[in-house]
Design a protein around this ligand. Structure first.
Ligand SMILES: C[S@@+](CC[C@H](N)C(=O)[O-])C[C@H]1O[C@@H](n2cnc3c(N)ncnc32)[C@H](O)[C@@H]1O
Length: 191
């Protein structure tokens, strides 16, 4: 279905479902998408913000050119300070939506994969606290495992409103959920 409709990945539908429910992009102009390759979420966000908006996608793997005027991409590891500097150069101080669909390369050793994934989600949380405008949206994928509850607690202490969602487009039986958070509270770090 994703290919037929011109989306790069089936992940695009997960974001569409989240947007249908939360209207993430209402009034949004600046969007950051972390872990953006191959680019399905970038396509959805690009449509949603329109030609006056800007969507910045970051991935350690190159994202094949989407030929969308309102999308810029950065090749870099989100755990590197250099990548964060590149993001800050492209986006203004306050971003409307921060998205993270970050996943490590799956080794198949579930505990290891879950641990690595939560580490990435922790970085996404930090980036959102740094860049998001106060009432912006933060959407982050999380693998559910031993570290999940502690991570959820961290997100809840940074944001006033946090929803835990399993999009219908997620594969049946997959242990991933999305946290959809809004209203940065005391966790915001001044820029
Ligand atoms: C599930 S895919 C994202 C799919 C994307 N949302 C879409 O719609 O096409 C997860 C991505 O996270 C990226 N990733 C994993 N670790 C990363 C890191 N440390 N820095 C940047 N990207 C990373 C992977 O390269 C992969 O492309």
């Amino acid at each position: 279905m994703a290919k037929e409709e011109g989306y790069r990945s089936r992940a695009a539908y997960k974001l569409k479902q989240l947007d249908d429910r939360f209207h993430l992009f209402k009034g949004a102009r600046y969007v950051l998408d972390i872990g953006a390759a191959p680019g399905g979420w970038l396509q959805v966000a690009s449509e949603a913000v329109g030609e006056d908006g800007l969507v910045v996608g970051v991935d350690q793997n190159p994202i094949e050119n989407l030929e969308l005027d309102n999308v810029e991409t950065i090749v870099g590891d989100i755990l590197d300070e250099e990548t964060l500097d590149e993001i800050r150069e492209l986006l203004p101080g306050s971003v409307d939506v921060v998205l993270s669909d970050l996943s490590p390369n799956i080794s198949g050793a579930w505990e290891v994969d879950q641990f690595l994934q939560i580490d990435l989600a922790r970085m996404a949380l930090k980036v959102s606290q740094d860049l998001l405008r106060r009432d912006g949206w933060f959407v982050v994928k999380v693998f559910m495992g031993p570290e999940y509850e502690a991570y959820l607690k961290d997100v809840k202490s940074a944001y006033r409103k946090v929803n835990v969602v399993k999009p219908l487009a997620s594969r049946k039986g997959s242990a991933e959920v999305y946290l959809v958070a809004r209203h940065l509270g005391r966790g915001r770090r001044p820029r």
